[in-house]
Design a protein around this ligand. Structure first.
Ligand code: GAL
Length: 997
């Protein structure tokens, strides 16, 4: 079946002339222009999503549907080895760790998958995805070291089998598999490690092309058989991140690709700036970052990347999500929102919608896929302040002029004319005397010439094209522009005679009026005479629909265009029937709703699904003969043609009950002390005894008063809070203790002697050290005769990402310890219950809990009976340095049929470190004196919107001042209310007794 489909589509669309395959499959091929899938050339337009950063799994569907609705045709998925392989011999691909489920959701939404499976991924996650147990190996990580090879093989083999099952040759969406990440970091030649990884993929059945994400413009190309993958690409984060100032676009990717020996490959950007992450202690915020790397930035930088001839682009991140539990590396706090197109709370806005405009254009601009690189020049523009690339498709003649400021950061408003060369001759456009193309501040414009869609050729359009498509035999061109930009936009259809008119067959060219005759468009009579079909001004908020022959021109204010959607209409059959282009070329133009997720026409019923954020006018453009009724989220809606000929109906916004929904105030808190370990009577006999005298962790040469080493990874503790108890026998002469403590940047530690508080230390932010040295004096009277115990509580902010082979293996724990003036100490260690091998919570996984007593006992879980606990709130807090645990429960009854985004909002506190547990999931670390995060989005699924919820916080007063002892507020707030959403299932396993010690 598929063989024929392949041949037919290749015949119909012209198989890429010099397509190269990896000799294992021809389902995915490439040439210097682009990828081809099943013989069809595609522009891979993809977004990065880490499913494991969205633990409410039902919502993976939401992200995938948004990506497809946003005009993307692919997703790129990092897998997390550390989560999936928490201990040697333990592989867990279930639940939130399921790559398979993520792939199936991508497939359902019609998205191709690039699987980026490590073993090392970076990604600002703990250990860059490598688990703590690998750091204790006698091995150099990320090399062909035999011990390391043995360590990754079980995960890699199992993952390869999953991918083989879901690759395109088996009817799945996986088209590319990335081997390693930024291997430049560990470059060796030959790269036998890369060869081993690739061979293992092949021997486990993966046949699709392998890829690699090169760290920027650094040459890591290898000869065949020495580490080469099929397609490598360049990652790049230009523009100056979240900082408000812009830096320039990069203009030498294409040169680099060609000169570094790979002119036969398409230009691939496996990671292109979709936002940036924010560190502990920053003064930034993701909302500001989303505005900076926002609509204007997307247009300028993404079109500049097109000008470099990139035809395979993945935006990192498209949805960032949450570093819940111990997922973060120390470089980032709980939120991994990233300022991405889809915010952490999943409520989309202008950034998403601008990228949608670019995505829908690229999806429909088929001829762009085979355009050649042409250097950006100022010779075609009348203004030297405007630069353009002239990218021509040699086969079809279609040409794309990508205009931007010559100084790409410029905020000046500049106007220019443009010399274009078309099949019908050369023109300087706009042709209307005195008219110009205007870039407004940070702006860029893609201008098409000889742009073919359906049976129609657009000679040129100075307005940006949203899409050109054929609906029920009628060719539709949708264009948009800013009203403040060009005084007159021009769209010229080639070979079309007649005059544009509206649905009443009124010809408007003949009688120019001072007011726009039909909404947005003002026709210039002189242009009509000259044979131009449309010259129009776009009015604010305007939309206008014109016809000439069988062509429709819909012209929109760009801000109106952002409310437009073009969902794929799935074909009636075919394995990939829901995939744009390869499976279906059919689309329908829908405007109005905050989101249009899916569309399908069966038995003359147009079924649309999506979300509304207010009472909304739904408009469907074209295809009105294809359907006789319309449903929205399954319910019939009645409507009819509006004044400009769109089928229109009114959709309900959120119900008033949903809009007025207020979550309950968090009250009725219960409290219990969570630091029994500081007591002299605490029995630590079942704790792990520190007995290692050698280590393969990176352990600095600090003073230590015994040979035992206290690197916590060596004892199976990789995440969260870890407790240490050091015993020594006093001679009465001991004066204090020296401690060198490593918890990663932004960690803290507190110490007690025999229950008496000694002091604390904090690494303040991402530029501070990850190890802190302190000498704490013993207060008089604290020493006892006989056994004395120093208890140290420290947290682990995550394992380091790659910072050289020894940097990633940096020991967390107590790296130096010496009782001043005293004898040797012996140490016991305790971290999360069961460590990395026997952790009890298989659903939430190995990184959810740390080693606080409360966590070990499971007090954070729903169903634990706290009825005997004292009533006390986190605002009342503690009375001294230490750790308290607070619990409360409340019912939620959120009106159904809505997607209600909620966040927990903290206020106040000093040196106060709080972990937020929601129905057993550790959803945030609030560090009051570091910040900056105070708002913690928690999704439905983690919260039960129709039942009882348990919220718990651990509150660690790291200092001795009363401001450290409490926070001033914690509440649950509504961020946004939409009618719609996807169905969310809740799976929050409850407490069962643990043999805690
Ligand atoms: C890239 C890396 C990603 C991520 C990104 C920054 O270089 O490949 O994993 O760390 O930087 O967010």
């Amino acid at each position: 079946m598929r063989f024929w489909a392949t041949c037919l589509s290749a015949l119909a669309l012209g198989r890429a002339a010099f397509a190269v395959s990896n000799n294992l499959t021809t389902d995915v091929t490439w040439d210097p222009f682009s990828l081809s899938i099943l013989g069809q050339r595609i522009f891979l337009h993809s977004g990065e999503f880490h499913p494991w950063r969205l633990p409410s799994r039902s919502l993976w569907k939401d992200i995938m549907q948004k990506a497809a609705a946003g005009g993307l045709n692919g997703v790129s998925l990092y897998a997390h080895l550390g989560l999936m392989n928490p201990a040697p011999g333990v592989l867990d691909f279930d639940g939130l760790r399921s790559m398979e489920d993520a792939i199936l959701e991508a497939q359902a939404a019609g998205l191709w998958v690039t699987a980026r499976i490590g073993p090392y991924v970076n990604g600002e996650t703990t250990g860059g995805g490598l688990p703590g147990w690998m750091m204790s190996l006698n091995a150099t990580l990320r090399t062909n070291d035999a011990t390391y090879t043995q360590a990754w093989t079980p995960y890699w083999t199992a993952m390869a089998k999953i991918l083989a099952k879901h690759q395109i040759t088996a009817g799945g969406p996986v088209i590319l598999v990335q081997v390693e990440n930024e291997f430049d970091n560990v470059r060796t030649t030959p790269a036998t490690y890369m060869v081993l990884l690739e061979q293992s993929l092949r021997s486990n059945g993966v046949v699709v092309p392998t890829t690699h994400n090169n760290k920027g413009l650094r040459d890591i190309t290898y000869a065949a058989g020495t580490g080469a993958v099929d397609i490598w690409g360049i990652d790049s984060y230009p523009g100056n991140g979240c900082a408000s100032s812009w830096s320039a676009v990069v203009t030498n990717y294409n040169d680099f690709k060609n000169t570094s020996g790979n002119p036969t490959l398409p230009l691939y950007s496996p990671e292109f700036v979709g936002g940036w992450f924010d560190p502990w202690g920053s003064t930034g915020n993701y909302a500001a970052c989303r505005a900076k790397i926002g609509p204007e930035f997307e247009r300028v930088f993404y079109e500049a990347l097109w000008a470099q001839n990139a035809k395979m682009i993945n935006f990192y991140m498209y949805y960032g999500g949450t570093n819940w539990g111990g997922l973060a590396a120390p470089v980032v706090y709980t939120s991994y929102d990233y300022g991405a197109a889809i915010p952490e709370n999943r409520v989309i806005g202008d950034k998403f919608n601008e990228l949608k405009l670019l995505g829908l254009f690229i999806r429909s601009a088929r001829d762009f896929r085979q355009t050649s690189f042409a250097p950006e020049v100022t010779t075609l523009t009348s203004s030297a302040d405007v630069t353009t690339a002239e990218m021509r498709n040699a086969q079809t003649g279609a040409t794309f002029y990508l205009l931007r400021h010559t100084t790409s950061q410029s905020t000046a408003t500049v106007s220019t004319t443009l010399k274009i060369t078309t099949k019908d001759g050369a023109f300087t456009i706009p042709q209307t005397s005195g008219s110009q193309i205007t870039l407004l501040g940070h702006d860029s414009r893609a201008i098409v010439a000889d742009y073919q869609f359906g049976a129609t050729r657009v000679l040129y359009s100075t307005a940006a094209v949203l899409l050109g498509t054929t609906i029920d035999g009628v060719d539709w061109l949708v264009v948009h522009g800013y009203p403040q930009a060009d005084a007159g936009y021009e769209v010229v259809f080639a070979g079309v005679t007649g005059r544009l008119h509206d649905d009443d067959s009124q010809y408007y060219c003949e009688s120019p009026t001072s007011s726009p005759p039909f909404g947005a468009l003002l026709m210039h009579d002189s242009i009509c005479q000259a044979g131009l079909l449309a010259n129009f001004r776009i009015t604010a908020g305007g939309r206008a629909l014109l016809s000439v022959g069988s062509v429709r021109l819909l012209a929109l204010d760009t801000t109106v265009a952002r409310t437009f959607w073009a969902p794929v209409l799935p074909a009636s059959s075919g394995t990939f029937k829901q995939f744009a282009e390869v499976g279906s070329n059919a689309t329908i133009i829908v405007a109005g709703p905050a989101l249009v997720r899916t569309a399908a026409i069966t038995n003359k019923v147009l079924a649309l699904t999506g979300d509304t954020n207010r009472t909304t006018t739904l408009q469907v453009y074209g295809g009105s003969n294809l359907f006789s009724s319309v449903t929205w989220n399954g319910a019939q809606v009645s409507g009819g043609l509006d004044t400009i000929g769109a089928w229109s109906a009114t959709l309900d916004g959120p119900s008033s009950a949903a809009l007025s929904f207020v979550p309950p105030t968090l009250a009725a808190w219960k409290f219990k002390d969570s630091l029994p370990e500081i007591s002299t009577t605490y029995n630590d006999s079942r704790w792990v005894t520190a007995s290692k005298t050698s280590t393969f962790l990176t352990m600095p040469a600090y003073p230590r008063d015994t040979s035992a080493l206290l690197g916590e990874q060596d004892y199976g503790f990789f995440t969260g809070n870890v407790l240490f108890r050091g015993h020594f026998t006093s001679t009465g002469k001991e004066t204090g203790v020296f401690l060198g403590i490593n918890g990663g940047q932004a960690f803290a530690a507190s110490a007690w002697l025999n229950g008496v508080y000694l002091g604390s230390t904090t690494s303040f932010n991402s530029t501070d050290s990850d190890v802190k040295n302190v000498t704490l004096s013993f207060p008089s009277g604290a020493l006892r005769s006989g056994d004395n115990v120093v208890t140290v509580l420290k947290d682990n902010m995550g394992l380091n990402e790659w910072s050289g082979p020894s940097g990633i293996k940096q020991a967390r724990g107590i790296v130096g310890f010496q009782v001043q003036g005293g004898a040797n100490s012996t140490w016991k260690i305790q971290g999360n219950f069961g460590g990395n091998t026997n952790f009890p919570d298989k659903v939430r996984g190995s990184l959810n809990e740390g080693g606080l007593f409360a966590e070990r006992a499971g007090w954070h879980l729903p169903g634990f009976d706290d009825s005997t606990w004292e009533s006390r709130t986190p605002v009342q807090g503690l009375t001294k340095p230490g750790v308290g645990f607070f619990r409360t429960t409340f019912d939620l009854s959120v009106p159904s049929g809505h997607d209600v985004a909620m966040s927990f909002v903290f206020r106040g506190g000093g040196a106060t470190r709080v972990q937020l547990y929601v129905n057993g999931w550790q959803m945030g670390k609030y560090v009051a004196n570091l910040g900056p995060q105070t708002v913690f989005p928690v999704h439905e699924g983690i919260l039960d919107y129709h039942g009882k919820n348990t919220v718990a916080v651990s509150l660690w007063a790291v200092g001795n001042s009363t401001t450290d002892f409490a926070i001033s507020d914690l509440q649950l707030k509504v961020d946004a209310v939409l009618r719609g959403g996807v169905i969310v299932q809740v799976a929050n396993p409850v407490w069962s007794a643990r043999d805690v010690f």
